[in-house]
Design a protein around this ligand. Structure first.
Ligand code: FAD
Length: 279
């Protein structure tokens, strides 16, 4: 299995164009598991780890958007400046695997795999992140809602690679929470990101549907209620968590039951909302 090691995005996209069946490798924490279990047998691999452009992030002072390269590891997102500007993304990154997995694993790989259980994905959905792609034909960007098209399916073309993600810097409370079969080193059975951005509440769910679910109906109901002067009472919070759970579309699988997932998501939604209103 030949492994190609480009040192720039231009070199990588040229390789992708020349070797159409090549598989991209970032941290390898998903791909190597699949190869080791014989679920994937790539003829060619293009390793992106030598491309410094993909391993950096920057803040646009004018738009207050943060660009995070697809090769920035979780260990960098969960700490420092990024943690201050993107607390929910940092919280989600902190829940991924173990320190070893977070030192290698990347958001580019989470987006490449596009599992409904990917921990960063509810955060990207709640914050209307933009996904940036590059190929020999040029570059293009799209909102997260258009990037994810189904369970483990995204709208990236075969000749494209994900260069990074743009996310607005937090200007209100935001948090991420997940439930799994134990407290650490676990793929979620239900997860949620709640963010108050530009004075409006957003909430997105993971692992309780075929793809990430943005709870638009609940968001509209809550924002209208608050804007028309409703007080945050216990019964309003209960109604919020009930509405969020009703937007979930969970299934029974080897990790959990649909019934438990729906219950767990209502608890997560309630806790996140309570934390946001107490902050
Ligand atoms: C022990 C263990 C625990 C884990 N725990 C969690 C967890 O708690 N939460 C969670 O969300 N995930 C978890 N994972 C899965 C994995 O760590 C994450 O999905 C991680 O984000 C993958 O990133 P990576 O850089 O390692 O991707 P890779 O394995 O390198 O790639 C994954 C996929 O994305 C594609 N890809 C990679 N980079 C790009 C790019 N720039 N452009 C286009 N396609 C690309 C690859 O071709 C491949 O199909 C775990 C994995 C292991 C082994």
């Amino acid at each position: 299995m030949p492994v190609h090691i480009p040192h720039s995005i231009t070199e990588a996209t040229q390789l992708l164009s020349d070797i159409p069946d090549a598989t991209l490798l970032n941290g390898g924490t998903d791909l190597m598991v699949e190869i080791n279990f014989n679920h994937r047998k790539p003829n060619n691999v293009i390793s992106l780890r030598g491309i410094n452009e993909l391993r950096s992030w920057s803040l646009d002072e004018t738009t207050q958007k943060i660009f995070i390269g697809s090769g920035v590891p979780y260990s960098e997102i969960e700490n420092g400046e990024l943690k201050r500007m993107l607390p929910a993304l940092a919280a989600a990154s902190r829940t991924v695997g173990s320190p070893q997995i977070r030192a290698a694993g990347t958001m580019g790989g989470n987006l490449g795999t596009c599992s409904p259980a990917g921990d960063t994905l509810p955060v990207l959905a709640a914050l209307d992140a933009e996904i940036h792609l590059a190929s020999v034909d040029g570059v293009r960007s799209m909102p997260f809602s258009e990037f994810v098209v189904g369970p483990k399916r995204n709208s990236k073309q075969a000749n494209e690679l994900i260069t990074g993600v743009s996310i607005p810097s937090a200007n209100g409370w935001q948090g991420y929470s997940k439930v799994g079969v134990r407290n650490a080193m676990v793929i979620s059975v239900a997860s949620a990101c709640l963010a108050i951005q530009n004075d409006s509440l957003r909430i997105a769910l993971g692992s309780v549907g075929p793809t990430i679910i943005r709870c638009s109906e609940t968001e509209n109901w809550w924002n209208n209620a608050i804007n028309s002067g409703s007080q945050v009472t216990d019964s309003l919070v209960e109604e919020f968590s009930r509405r969020v759970a009703s937007e979930a579309r969970p299934i029974d699988d080897h990790r959990s039951t649909a019934e438990y997932r729906r219950h767990a998501i209502s608890v997560l939604a309630k806790r996140l909302l309570q934390r946001s209103t107490q902050s």
